[in-house]
Design a protein around this ligand. Structure first.
Ligand code: ZN
Length: 329
């Protein structure tokens, strides 16, 4: 049996450096140029008889703002990032949306960033959907969790067309009422909220989107096997979903937390885009207590890909255990 002593490893490295071992083994191929591109980002799994496809749109990466977590100092946020082996002074937020195939219906939950401001690192949702063999024309229903741009902008395709031309678009009644209200819009203050309203109006006043919209309420089966759950706080009408088929249950949390390295470990931390931070925290703790107690599988929109995990209690917060890749369904 080989013993991995430090000396043996160093001796091996020295031999490799001298070329005495590897040179003999290396086949005489020309050097392959690096590909420089990532593999398509979709992950598929079975939930009861349903087939779920998690599709990544990519990520957005930016210098860590001083008040990214409004009730914590930046050095504490940096410590949490580094504890998760993520770079200091930088925030990278991934986006992964799920598509549910019930066997008779194809249902997309949220639509990612779309084509509004294509970036090198995101706007990959439609391309990854194609790689997963799903045609946007085949989507029967789009369910929207809330009215932030990274969830709704993908409703609009090229030339202001509907990106999902044959789909109905289900939106939370409370969320729609709030964000479409001109009075609320005129009272919106600060560096961010006026833009959030303006963008929501841009999307939902688009004629091709508007004619497809139908509202839904919490606590209802809004599509086959998909029940809406009120998870208010992140936005006034923010919604999550339980997808159930056979013995399988998946909690689609939408933005109950943002990146788990910060907000699952520390449910008391308030992300600057939580509109009502106290309500968002109450919701977060309630939902995560439930997920941990019921050992329910969950999909986290801003979790690292494939963004499907179980969660358990850990200290004052929680910890995610990501799913394991499987070559078969
Ligand atoms: Zn989001």
């Amino acid at each position: 049996m080989t013993e991995f002593s430090r000396r043996a490893v160093l001796a091996g490295a020295a031999a490799a450096g001298a070329g005495s071992v590897l040179a003999d083994l290396r086949p005489a191929f020309a050097a392959a140029p690096p590909k420089g591109t990532q593999a398509p980002g979709f992950y598929r799994f079975k939930l009861g008889t349903y087939e779920i496809t998690a599709i990544t749109d990519g990520h957005n990466s930016f210098p860590l703002p001083d008040k990214f977590v409004v009730n914590k100092q930046k050095d504490e946020v940096n410590a949490a990032l580094q504890a998760a082996f993520l770079p200091k002074d930088r925030m990278t937020i991934p986006y992964t949306a799920v598509i549910v195939n019930t066997g008779s219906k194809l249902i997309a939950i949220d639509t990612a960033n779309g084509i509004k401001e294509p970036k090198a690192t995101n706007g990959k949702y439609i391309a990854n959907m194609a790689a997963a063999g799903i045609d946007p024309k085949a989507i029967d229903t789009v369910i929207i969790s809330h009215y932030h741009g990274d969830h709704i902008n993908g409703l609009i395709g090229a030339g202001n067309s509907a990106a999902f031309p044959n789909a109905e678009v289900l939106v939370g009644a409370a969320e729609h009422k709030y964000f479409m209200d001109e009075g609320e819009m005129s009272r919106a203050k600060g560096p961010r909220m006026p833009g959030v309203f303006k963008n929501a109006h841009r999307v939902f006043k688009n004629a091709e989107v508007a004619k497809r919209v139908k509202t839904y309420d919490p606590g209802k089966e809004i599509a086959p096997g998909i029940t809406s759950v009120a998870t208010y706080g992140h936005t006034p009408g923010h919604m999550s979903f339980i997808v159930a088929s056979g013995n399988g249950k998946l909690f689609v949390q939408s933005d109950v937390t943002n990146h788990p390295a910060l907000f699952v470990r520390n449910p008391g931390w308030h992300a600057f885009f939580d509109q009502d931070p106290k309500m968002a925290e109450t919701t977060r703790r309630k939902i995560y207590d439930m997920l941990a107690a019921e050992r329910m599988l969950m999909a986290g929109y801003h979790y690292p890909f494939p963004a499907v995990a179980h969660v358990e209690k850990s200290g004052d917060g929680y910890r995610e255990q990501m799913v394991q890749w499987s070559t078969t369904l």
